[in-house]
Design a protein around this ligand. Structure first.
Ligand code: DNO
Length: 361
């Protein structure tokens, strides 16, 4: 495996030099963050990104992400043109020699939390999701007081998108994903790139929008839609592990998908269902799907078992820690991207490296 770290490019307050100093980290996961979604990437621009990463003594192990435009997910008349552009970007990535592209098929919003600064018992802060707080988020959406992770859309855009998605039920969403893969997978094959679809985070419908990539069995269905080694997944333990019904089955699912040759990228992070022992909040107070992110060794996901499963299947792709808590001097630092500071992700990386080495013996 290639232990990797996400880097948001030149504007990331975490510099490549710092990433280089994390023990065991050799790969960087990044994207052309300055190219507007829907515009084709060029090979020259990807090569320049790769060069910058290599100049820092690292390798560009994965692109995360090339955003899929809403017109494709909605199945509008513009989708032919939009998918051509998306495939051109994949071609550029392949021409620049980067082996994996992570993407997602979530309508309107990428990962969704109700709090970016939930105080933890140890004085750190973490991202959290509490169903009882969703109404506040919806109000903020309507008024334009958008939380940071949602600011890609104006309130008018959102109203238009919500109205358009009202006509898309889950089976239509699957059709749209199938239509997309029928075009994207051959392009990826031709470019020598593996596609790695990220699951919806959290893995259930939100705000009445159709979200379908919500389980390991949905991943199987994705792999069946177009039967090619280029059509694979990003195995994100924090996304799928937020579902209490799935958390115990994660290592078996990782083993199955990796043995199938479709697990192309691993996001290993941890979550605790609020009410579970790691969080020590009374179950009765917060039933259901509420969860908080945790330090990598804590939480409900058995990351050691997932690592053992990946090793058992001979996984050799990029693997990265994911969201960290805000700890130490990053806790009150407004320049830190919630979830994407340096410190706790670096601790997560060394924990994953330790697990990997321990299981390799
Ligand atoms: C969250 C990430 C996601 C991921 C995209 C992939 O931090 O895992 O934002 O990058 O969903 O397209």
């Amino acid at each position: 495996m290639v232990l990797s770290f996400r880097w948001y490019g030149a504007s990331d307050p975490v510099p490549l030099d710092a990433i280089r100093q994390i023990p065991g980290v050799r790969g960087v996961v990044s994207a052309l963050h300055d190219v507007p979604p829907g515009e084709a990437w060029t090979a020259d621009a990807v090569v320049a990104l790769r060069q910058r990463v290599e100049d820092a003594g690292l390798t560009l192990s994965c692109i995360e992400s090339i955003p899929v435009p809403e017109g494709i997910k909605l199945g509008t008349g513009a989708r032919e043109r939009l998918v051509e552009t998306w495939c051109a970007s994949v071609e550029a990535v392949g021409a620049a020699g980067v082996p994996v592209v992570c993407y997602n098929f979530m309508p309107v919003f990428d990962w969704t939390r109700t709090s970016l600064h939930r105080p933890m018992p140890d004085g750190s802060e973490a991202l959290a999701y509490v169903e009882g707080e969703l109404a506040e988020v919806e109000e903020a959406l309507a008024s334009g007081g958008l939380p940071g992770w949602m600011d890609a859309h104006s309130p008018d855009d959102l109203r238009r998108l919500f109205a358009a998605y009202a006509a898309v039920d889950p089976e239509r969403m699957w059709d749209h994903l199938g239509w997309f893969l029928e075009r994207a997978v051959p392009a990826a094959e031709a470019a020598g790139v593996k596609l790695a679809l990220h699951p919806d985070d959290p893995p259930w419908p939100l705000f009445g929008l159709p979200r379908v990539v919500t389980s390991a069995s949905a991943f199987d269905r994705v792999c069946d839609l177009v039967d090619s080694p280029a059509n694979g997944v990003t195995f994100c333990t924090g996304s799928l592990g937020a579902d209490p019904a799935q958390v115990a089955g994660l290592s078996a699912a990782a083993a199955r998908l990796a043995a199938r040759g479709r697990l192309h990228f691993a996001h290993l992070r941890n979550v605790a269902r609020l009410g579970s022992s790691a969080d020590q909040v009374a179950e009765a107070e917060r039933p259901g799907r509420d969860f908080t992110e945790t330090a990598h060794p804590d939480g409900d996901v058995d990351l050691g078992a997932v690592i053992a499963a990946l090793q058992g299947a001979g996984f050799d792709g990029p693997l990265r820690p994911d969201h960290g808590r805000q700890i130490w001097s990053e806790r009150d630092d407004p320049t830190v991207r919630p979830g994407y500071g340096l410190f706790d992700r670096a601790l997560g990386a060394t924990y994953l490296l330790g697990l990997w080495e321990a299981h390799a013996r």
